[in-house]
Ligand binder design. Structure first.
Ligand code: DC
Length: 227
């Protein structure tokens, strides 16, 4: 069984998908981590221009790098040229660059190939999350969820997660950053962020973490032949 969770930045996809996967005994696939691996490679090689752009010829070189996913304790860990990646892919610089490199079809093809291979190797079930899981990568997914929340709430959660202050100014600054990234992710030509027609919308603005997880786990268990 494949559960595809898509939605904008900070909607709670990663933590929710992790917990849903744990409860169902499925593998958690965080597609963003693979885009972040390519972004980290671009940052480390000094290929990011002053406006945050990565030149076209560098994209071709980037796409040729060995980015893979390794299963570690029920989730995939991004691996760049044999190096397992952790928190270094979560910096603001890498986050901004991931949105840029993910707009390129060459990079998307590499990520999608890794995701499909990992899914095929895990017949029990997977919970994958990103921007185009239900629309492009796994259109055959048995359950599709589109998670959303108001930008200010998403910004507040992001700041709390990072242990930063949640004053009105910080929330409004972070919210503007999230909205800008969503715009970039939804306006690109290659697999833009959008809700799959057959996806169920879960607006998490007023839901607790437990409620979000429970809604998805129950929906999964209602599917015929499910866990
Ligand atoms: O989910 P995340 O914040 O880790 O994703 C980082 C970037 O990668 C995000 O700005 C958009 C891109 N991304 C994508 O284009 N498609 C996906 N399936 C997952 C992420």
């Amino acid at each position: 069984m494949i559960i595809a969770i898509d939605g904008p930045a900070g909607s709670g996809k990663t933590t929710t998908a992790q917990e849903v996967a744990r409860r169902l005994g499925f593998l958690h696939l965080d597609s963003g981590a693979l885009y972040r691996a390519f972004a980290l490679a671009a940052c480390e090689r000094g290929w990011v221009g002053p406006a945050g752009d990565v030149p076209r010829e560098r994209i071709v070189e980037l796409a040729a790098l060995d980015v893979d996913g390794e299963v570690v304790q029920g989730a995939i860990m991004a691996v760049l040229e044999g190096r397992r990646l952790a928190e270094e892919i979560r910096t603001p610089e890498v986050t901004a660059c991931a949105s840029i490199v993910s707009a390129h079809p060459e990079i998307r093809e590499q990520v999608n190939a890794v995701l499909r291979r990992l899914a095929a190797q895990n017949p029990t079930g997977i919970v994958c999350e990103g921007r185009d899981m239900g629309t492009a990568v796994f259109p055959e997914a048995e359950l599709k969820v589109y998670m959303d929340a108001q930008p200010e709430e998403r910004a507040r959660r992001r700041l709390l997660q990072r242990g930063e202050d949640v004053s009105r100014e910080s929330v409004s600054r972070e919210s503007a950053r999230l909205v800008a990234r969503d715009r970039q992710d939804s306006r690109r030509a290659a697999s833009p962020l959008r809700k799959a027609e057959d996806a169920t919308v879960v607006d998490t603005t007023r839901l607790s973490f437990e409620e979000q997880v429970a809604q998805i786990v129950e929906a999964a268990r209602r599917r015929p032949g499910s866990a």
